[in-house]
Design a protein around this ligand. Structure first.
Ligand code: COI
Length: 353
């Protein structure tokens, strides 16, 4: 893919102090357009700026929008690494196919991310746990109010220097198990990363926050009984020495961090069971002490220990609300590989030169 570069007149001041998550954006963005006649064209890295849209633009009405999230890391010796970008590229293709959108070839997705990161490498923060969050997304741009797949799309990548996703940092979070609203059903879009999935989740998130919980744990959409995922991460439980997580089927997002942690855990000799865990079994394990640890996995969330679960008025505390030993080991190993401090035995990182 040929990428044109448009130089900015002014560069922004870089933020100082605590970054938080998604508060600052870099100087440039990547943009490419697609239409049925030309396919992908006019790929460019251009100064970060607002997008002008016609009020009839289809994404505003029918929500054909998908996105991804990955990060670039600066190593102690100044190299720039990305973590498994090809996995995001493949998931993006699957999301776009499900939403009847244009698809972007895997190598073009990776090239676009790498090219933008190369331009923005001075924006990669180097504080503890800090990285450059990369947000590729695509949306329908045809002007039409009739319902049909759009005949044109825009693909954009923006970057944001970030720290921890949760205000708790890497301390345990409290999770609210939602028993009324649901996120996904078989045959739907649960396995995709589309904006609509997140819009539908906000109501429950509000409920959770009102009760003092950080995130929602979703149950399946048919029985409201089997554990699926948390709003911004996949979730894993250590029960009686074994690791249990929901299968990444039609209703659960196939997380890149999830997949990586399963590979790590198996390489350490753990039995990892991908199954539909009954929420009553989970709460019971919490009460009788068999639920030893719980954690979320995600690009934004990294490895996030879970210290408390709330379900239908009942609470269980996990590991005395302290980060468990295995959760710690997963966090240290994953971040060690991502920041180039540990050997990358799985060949997950890609250096941006
Ligand atoms: C990510 O982990 O990258 C996500 O996209 C989750 C979230 C910020 C919506």
């Amino acid at each position: 893919m040929e990428i044109r570069f448009e130089k900015a007149d002014h560069l922004k001041e870089k933020p100082t102090g605590t970054l938080g998550f998604g508060k600052y954006y870099t100087d440039y963005m990547f943009v490419a357009d697609w239409d049925a006649g030309q396919g992908w064209h006019d790929a460019r890295i251009t100064p970060y700026a607002p997008i002008m849209m016609d009020p009839a633009t289809m994404v505003l009405h029918y929500a054909q929008e998908t996105f991804e999230g990955l990060k670039a890391y600066k190593t102690d010796d100044g190299r720039v690494l990305m973590f498994r970008p090809e996995m995001n590229a493949r998931r993006f293709i699957n999301s776009n196919k499900r939403l009847s959108m244009a698809t972007l070839p895997e190598e073009d997705f990776v090239q676009a991310c790498e090219s933008l990161v190369r331009v923005e490498k001075d924006w990669i923060p180097t504080g503890d746990g800090e990285s450059l969050y990369i947000r590729p997304y695509m949306f329908a741009t045809e002007k039409a109010v009739g319902v049909h797949p759009s005949r044109s799309y825009k693909f954009i990548i923006i970057c944001s220097p970030v720290g921890a996703y949760y205000p708790e940092g890497v301390s345990p979070v409290k999770i609210y198990i939602e028993d009324e609203y649901t996120r996904a059903t078989v045959g739907g879009t649960g396995f995709t990363k589309c904006g609509g999935n997140y819009a539908g989740s906000l109501k429950a998130q509000e409920k959770a926050e009102e009760l003092g919980y950080t995130q929602v744990l979703w149950l399946d959409g048919v029985h409201r009984q089997y554990v699926e995922e948390v709003g911004s991460m996949n979730v894993m439980f250590k029960i009686d020495g074994k690791i249990i997580t929901a299968p990444a089927g039609e209703t659960v997002l196939p997380g890149v961090t999830r997949d990586s942690m399963i590979q790590l855990l198996k390489s350490w000799g753990y039995e990892v069971i991908e199954k539909h865990l009954d929420v009553n079994e989970l709460m019971e394990a919490g009460k009788n002490g068999k639920l030893e640890e719980a954690w979320g996995t995600g690009t934004a969330a990294v490895i996030s220990p879970i210290g408390e679960l709330y379900y239908k008025g009942e609470k269980v505390t996990i590991n005395g609300f302290k980060t468990g030993e295995l959760t710690h080991k997963l966090y240290d190993t994953l971040t060690g590989i991502q920041w180039g401090r540990l050997e990358d035995k799985f060949h997950w990182t890609v250096e941006v030169k």
